[in-house]
Design a protein around this ligand. Structure first.
Ligand SMILES: Nc1ncnc2c1ncn2[C@@H]1O[C@H](COP(=O)(O)OP(=O)(O)O)[C@@H](O)[C@H]1O
Ligand SMILES: [Mg+2]
Length: 235
């Protein structure tokens, strides 16, 4: 097991949001976590990346506990979080934003090669490399956020709500990009309100409902699950 989360309890002040959450992500997989708005998905990702301290429980990456590490140290281990809402630097160019993703790597000479490799996955960003990221469309901004994440050389990429607010054709492009990233050897954990999208494009899935893992299984099986069809897919 690659990422292993055990009995995680997380809250804000006295308000508990995640309850005994346990799940794992195997190396080389695309795993999804789906759930409604407010279920606690973003809180979970922020806890994995060290932005929030849990009240209890364990997070292991390659067997190593993460819960006492800083977010910088966690990035250093290869866990990279593409946040909900993209969080780009709008007045900086696309390329400057991408290089920010690699700042931790200092003068690593491989950064220039990685920039070219990232531009191969995101040709649209290459065309717009000199443009301010704030002037991009929503879909392009999402691409830029994901590309910036790749510049940190992730082993595990955590992607929060990549499809939120985007048109279906653009979401299709983003899914292709996730698959290309995965094919190059990165394990991907996608967190989505769009249950159909996430389960149709992952190997294994977890369902989070009001802070509890309600169900898990191979994504294809979850897509055919009666309860999921009724509650999430409106079928
Ligand atoms: N910074 C915060 N302070 C207090 N409560 C928060 C904070 N962020 C999120 N919450 C609450 O935690 C719950 C889970 O939120 P979140 O993790 O953002 O869910 P999701 O990403 O699944 O929509 C919600 O009830 C939300 O209002
Ligand atoms: Mg969220």
């Amino acid at each position: 097991m690659f990422l292993e989360v055990k009995n995680l309890n997380v809250g804000y002040g006295d308000v508990q949001v995640l309850w005994d959450v346990s799940f794992s992500v195997d190396k080389g997989m695309i795993v999804s976590l789906v759930g409604a708005n407010g279920a606690g998905k973003t809180t979970l990702l922020k806890t994995i990346s060290g932005l929030i301290r849990p009240m209890g429980g364990e997070i292991l990456f390659d067997g190593k506990p993460l819960t006492n590490l800083s977010s910088k140290e966690i990035v250093g281990l290869g866990i990279v979080h593409v946040p909900e809402g993209r969080r780009l630097f709008p007045d900086m160019s696309v390329e400057e934003n991408l290089l920010m993703g690699a700042y931790r790597r200092g003068k690593d000479p491989k950064v220039a090669d990685d920039l070219e490799r990232v531009y191969e996955i995101f040709p649209r960003l290459k065309e717009r490399r000199k443009q301010k990221s704030g002037s991009l469309s929503g879909g392009e901004q999402q691409m830029c956020a994901m590309a910036r994440g790749l510049m940190a050389n992730p082993e595990l990429l955590l992607v929060d709500e990549m499809s939120l607010g985007l048109a279906p054709l653009i979401v299709d492009d983003l899914v292709d990009i996730v698959k290309a990233i995965h094919k190059e050897g990165t394990t991907v954990f996608i967190v989505e309100q769009d249950v159909h999208l996430a389960l149709s494009n992952s190997d294994y899935g977890y369902v989070l409902a009001t802070g509890h893992i309600m169900m898990e299984g191979p994504s294809k099986e979850l897509l055919n699950n009666k309860q999921i069809k009724e509650v999430f897919l409106g079928l």
